[in-house]
Design a protein around this ligand. Structure first.
Ligand code: PNS
Length: 169
């Protein structure tokens, strides 16, 4: 299967989008012509989400305002149905460490079982982002720590507004 001319879906809750996510988006753009960032509701086990779905979609849209290959769309329901509605057969997921593997592998096989034409591609982020997660960024930001090395500047500004404090630079 060639990815030329195709749309790859990059799903997640992105609460918030980190530089690790951004690294994966840019790698995915090397493979596919269009990357559709599918922003999901935060799962119910997230006790204190940083941003609502609407806020996350508008924030991520702003981050990729100058990137014509990237589109940002909210989604609910099954990911495979979302993919079918958008004529996409490729789903991208970032794989940071062995700890991600079991959950990601289960999801990939369930998605394939639900929709055999879907292919899931796992991509490794730059090694300096392998420890990064949205939940850690939320926690550090909420406790007043500096998250400027981990998120795009627009996200940093919005986190500062959400939790107080001013972004540097
Ligand atoms: O990166 P995240 O926040 O863990 O994203 C998880 C997400 C949103 C990709 C996953 O929960 C998902 O695909 N949800 C949609 C519902 C669905 O299709 N569930 C079955 C997947 S096996």
């Amino acid at each position: 299967m060639s990815l030329a001319g195709s749309t790859a879906i990059y799903p997640g809750s992105f609460d918030p989008l980190t530089l690790g996510h951004d690294d994966i988006v840019r790698r995915a753009l090397r493979l596919a012509d269009r990357v559709l960032i599918a922003v999901a509701e935060t799962s119910t086990h997230v006790k204190r989400p940083a941003f609502s779905l609407e806020e996350r979609v508008s924030l991520i849209t702003e981050v990729y305002a100058d990137e014509p290959g990237v589109e940002v769309v909210p989604f609910s329901g099954l990911l495979v149905d979302f993919a079918a509605r958008h004529g996409a057969r490729v789903i991208i997921r970032g794989l940071r460490a062995v700890s991600d593997f079991e959950y990601e592998f289960q999801m990939a096989l369930m998605n394939r079982s639900l929709s055999p034409e879907i292919e899931v591609i796992f991509m490794a982020p730059a090694s300096n982002y392998t420890f990064l997660s949205s939940s850690l960024v939320r926690e550090v930001a909420a406790l007043g720590g500096d998250v400027s090395p981990y998120v795009p500047h627009i996200v940093l500004e919005r986190l500062a507004r959400r939790y107080g404090g001013a972004p540097d630079g």
